[in-house]
Every structure is written in C-alpha cells, then in structure tokens.
Design a protein around this ligand. Structure first.
Ligand code: PHE
Length: 338
C-alpha cells in the first residue's frame, strides 16, 4: 500500500504544469473526488491496523504536495499574465511613441549647419546678461530707448543685469575671448518686454553671425548672405535696404525673394514678393574697440535673424504662441520618418 503512495508521489512530482488547461487536468486526475488520491483514501480501510498510521501520514503528505503544486502553478499563471513576461510573445507589441523635433530647433539646426559648412563655429552665452555685453559694448548710447524698462526685463535685485534682448551679447563675448579671425554663429533665446499676440512674444529665438578678419568688406557680407539664401530658401536673390543698428555701420535690412505665385505668397510677403528675414551690417569700430580688437587692423560683419519668424513662414504657422504651448496636436505635425 505504501508503495502505491510512493508511485503516485513520483508520478505527481514528474509532472510540470505550464498552462491553465494542464493545471485543471492535474486537478481532475489527482485532487478531485474521483481523483487518484481520493481513491487511495478509500483503500484506507483495507490497510492492516499496524500500517494505518504510516499510510495515513504518507497519504496526507501526498495530498498536501499535490494541492501545493496546483496552487503554485495557478498563482504563477496569474503573475505572468500581469507582467506580460512569458505571455503570448506572438501578440503585437505596444509601439513606442516617437517624439518630434521642435520646429524652432529644426530651423536652428538647419541654419547652424549651413554656416558650419563655410567655417563658422557655434558660440553660446548666458541668458541673464550684464549691461556691458547686452548694450554698452554694442555701442548703445546711454539714453537709447532699447534700454528702457519697457523693452528690457531687468533683474530687480541688480539693475545691471537683464535678460538678454538679443544674442549680439554672445558676439561681444566671442570677440573678447578670441583673436581674429573670428567666424561664429550664436543661436539662443532672447527676451523682450512686449505684449504677447499672434505675431509677437516676450520670449523668442535669434541666431546671429559674426565674422572678423583683415579686409572684411560689405561685399563679403552680401556674398555670405546670398549663399545662405540659396541654401536655406533655395534662392540667392536678395535685396538690402538701409537700416540702423547701434552696433553696425552701415546697417541693412535683408529681404529674400520669396515669389508671388500663390495666394499664400501674397499673404506672407504682403503683396511684394519679398520676405524680410534679417538685420545686418559692418561691425561698428566702437564695438571692435570695446571688445579689444583694433579697428585699424580688423573689420567685420554681423547679421541676425529671428527663428520664430522664419519657422512661421516655412511651416505656415499662424500664431507664435503655438511654439510654447506644448500642444501635442501641434508638435506631432513635425514628426519625421516612422
Ligand atoms: N541684434 C539685432 C536685433 O536683435 C539683429 C542684428 C544682428 C542686426 C547683427 C545687425 C547685426 O534685431
């Protein structure tokens, strides 16, 4: 009799339960009322009295073993279902969501790349800037309206500090810490105390270029801007209109020929076909002097453009606020590939 218990024990131990169907089969075969263990219990009365104790103990142990095995298997199936491990590996996976490059970054990268190809490096500087780098070294007269509280966010604790109003401040830093030739491009965030509307924001991005060397002329400036226009807008046709900046002399406003074929072209260029894209000019000798560069030996040009404006034209974005609202429906439109 004890032998029967041992045989059944061996059989139960050799079985492995890999799914719910097998576990149920196991339960019916061994643990149910008509199962093998119950059958052995029925034999109990035929066991000689002196063996009853050992037989009973062995049988109870066997029953516990089988019950434990069954329970453990079921619990295992529960937890693998919850974690998905060892689940049905043929089921399609959950796709990982891909983000998109923000249009401001995409435009910035594209412009940086165009200038890198002709030997410009990238400079960055602090967003909280002192008066010297943002204004004084750039030849802003003491009473210039751009220093006015209405345009500039000053740091209340120290009015010598302000949020930079343009990335020209980075160019001053580049001139202070390098000797010519200097070829650098500085992209970055700038701040102006302006009312927020569809066309203007108090935080936006600029990218500025600076080239200082011996014998740099206005013709060099025009040439590099034509190269840029060709690479970025696919059209080297530009025009320059006289303008004024404290830090450049002469100064110009640069328009790129956009075209006048479609209704959108008319809208973007206000019916002229020309798109105003940047300010530029020859670096004022006072600015070179302030940064420790001898204007008798060196000359240079600078240019600067707003990234939001360019992105709005490129992608037909009607409202500048969309760039900072982080609305997924907007950002997802800039997904590439997949
Ligand atoms: N810093 C100017 C601006 O913020 C742009 C500019 C840069 C103009 C360099 C001329 C030369 O509008």
């Amino acid at each position: 009799m004890l032998e029967n218990v041992q045989n059944l024990r061996d059989q139960i131990e050799s079985i492995s339960l890999t799914n719910k169907e097998e576990a149920e089969q196991f339960r019916l075969q061994f643990l149910s009322k008509k199962g093998a263990i119950q059958d052995l219990f029925k034999e109990f009365r035929n066991v000689p009295a002196e063996q009853k104790k050992a037989f009973g103990a062995a049988l109870n142990e066997l029953k516990q073993l089988a019950e434990g095995k069954h329970k453990e298997a079921l619990e295992g199936f529960e937890s693998t279902a919850a974690t998905g491990v060892n689940g049905d590996i043929t089921r399609p996976g959950t796709p990982a969501e891909l983000g998109a490059i923000h249009p401001i970054n995409a435009i910035k990268d594209e412009i940086v790349d165009i200038f890198k190809r002709i030997g410009f490096n990238v400079s960055v500087g602090p967003e909280v800037e002192d008066d010297w780098h943002n204004f004084t070294a750039l030849n802003f007269p003491e009473e210039h309206p751009a220093r006015d509280m209405q345009d500039t966010f000053f740091v209340q604790r120290n009015p010598d500090w302000a949020l930079r109003t343009h990335t020209s401040s980075v160019q001053v830093r580049a001139m202070e810490s390098n000797t010519p030739p200097i070829r650098t491009i500085s992209p970055g965030r700038v701040f102006r105390n302006e009312a927020i509307s569809a066309r203007s924001h108090c935080i936006f991005h600029q990218i500025e270029g600076l080239y200082i060397d011996k014998d740099v002329s206005f013709a060099d400036l025009k040439q590099v801007l034509m190269y840029f226009a060709e690479e970025f807008f696919g059209n080297a046709k530009i025009r320059m209109r006289p303008s004024y900046f404290p830090f450049t002399e002469p100064s110009a406003e640069v328009d790129v020929w956009w075209g006048l074929e479609t209704e959108v072209d008319h809208k973007i260029t206000k019916g002229t076909g020309w798109l105003e894209v940047m300010g530029c000019g020859m670096v004022d000798p006072n600015v070179l002097k302030a940064s420790g560069i001898d204007p008798e030996v060196y000359s240079g040009y600078a240019f600067g453009m707003g990234i939001e404006r360019i992105a709005m034209n490129r992608y037909q974005i009607p409202d500048i606020r969309l760039f900072t609202e982080n609305d997924k429906r907007f950002l997802e439109q800039f997904k590439t590939g997949v």
